[in-house]
Design a protein around this ligand. Structure first.
Ligand code: CUA
Length: 335
């Protein structure tokens, strides 16, 4: 049983020692100057104390040399903190391309996690050691915050959009997972664990429950049942909506003249608010799916569209052979 309070939490990711190094530097600078200033203060108080009742101190003139020195040195120290912190922030903010993706949906008061292979977990996250993992996160209700102290990562999980963070675990074990944003009555109970496993154990764990549908496959079915396929179906078919194959990650020209990258956030927005970022050459005819699909289902639709990478010659929805518009969609007004 550990009776002392550790200075930093356990260190278990490639990022943690870098965060710790910066933290030690900041603490070191703080401690150094606290001691220096209080030491000098006490020394001067004693040295220049009034020794007799009628003593008049010598007038003191300024010193440009001294003033320059105590401006330049703190400036350099502050800029070091800024550059170091910014560099670390960007390293953590930019997810690597080759990361394994995991979807996280926060809700009062639990974490719902789904792997791209279909495994679902609640308040638990199983990950392999030594592989980069990217979390794509959103909330069903209020603002939460996904915090794994041992990995030194912490990012807000927001309703209505995706945020992401990544890590590479370095040590097998079980680590705390917290919600770090006050989100209502049971905020303190919105906790869980991150289980870091050896890659082989992890692969066993992944294949242990294989009867769960992957988000991409579930998304493909939704794509059919919601009738998306009638407009976004086979290339050229209907032509009412943009083709989706090969869309993810590409640059999209909007009717407004802007260009955006088709990332997860853009795809999500285009489903719940199709008119928000209308693609050049298409009319504002898509109905909103706000309220008709849950965050889990949005994740599935996005996963499906992402899965259409590298098969741009294939029509979206291929494989099911059911590129037939549903009756409800046929009845929907086109103009
Ligand atoms: Cu979720 Cu606090």
């Amino acid at each position: 049983m550990q009776t002392w309070v550790p200075f930093v939490p356990e260190s278990a990711s490639t990022l943690s020692w870098k965060v710790d190094a910066l933290y030690f530097f900041l603490s070191g600078v703080t401690i150094f100057f606290t001691l220096l200033i209080s030491g000098v203060l006490i020394f001067f108080v004693l040295k220049y104390r009034r020794r007799s009742l009628h003593e008049v101190p010598r007038p003191v003139a300024g010193s440009h040399k001294l003033e320059t020195l105590w401006s330049v040195i703190p400036f350099l120290i502050a800029m070091t903190m800024f550059a170091w912190g910014a560099q670390l922030y960007f390293e953590q903010f930019r997810s690597p391309q080759n990361a394994v993706e995991v979807y996280v949906v926060g809700k009062q008061w639990m974490w719902k996690i789904q792997h791209t292979t279909g495994q679902r977990e609640i308040n638990q996250l199983h990950v392999p050691v030594g592989r980069k993992v990217k979390l794509i996160m959103t909330s069903e209700d209020v603002i939460h915050d996904f915090f794994i102290p041992a990995f030194r990562i912490k990012t807000d999980v927001l309703p209505g959009r995706y945020t992401s963070q990544w890590f590479e675990a370095t040590k097998p074990g079980t680590y705390h997972l917290f919600c770090a944003e006050y989100c209502g009555m049971n905020h303190s109970g919105m906790i869980g664990s991150v289980i870091v496993m050896e890659p082989r154990d992890f692969d066993n764990w992944l294949s242990g429950n294989t009867n769960q549908q992957s988000p991409a496959v579930a998304g493909q079915q939704l794509f059919q049942t919601l009738g998306c396929v009638s407009c976004h179906g086979a290339a050229g078919e209907g032509g009412r909506g943009p083709a989706l194959a090969g869309l993810f990650g590409s640059r999209v020209s909007l009717a407004s003249g802007q260009t955006v990258t088709a990332d997860e956030g853009y795809l999500r927005e285009s489903i719940v608010n199709p008119q928000g970022k209308l693609v050049t050459g298409f009319g504002p005819i898509m109905p909103t799916f706000q309220g008709q699909v849950t965050e889990d289902q949005l994740v599935q639709l996005v996963a499906f569209i992402k899965s259409l990478q590298g098969q741009s010659s294939q029509p979206a929805g291929a494989g099911t052979g059911a590129a037939v518009p549903s009756p409800s969609m046929q009845a929907a007004p086109i103009k």
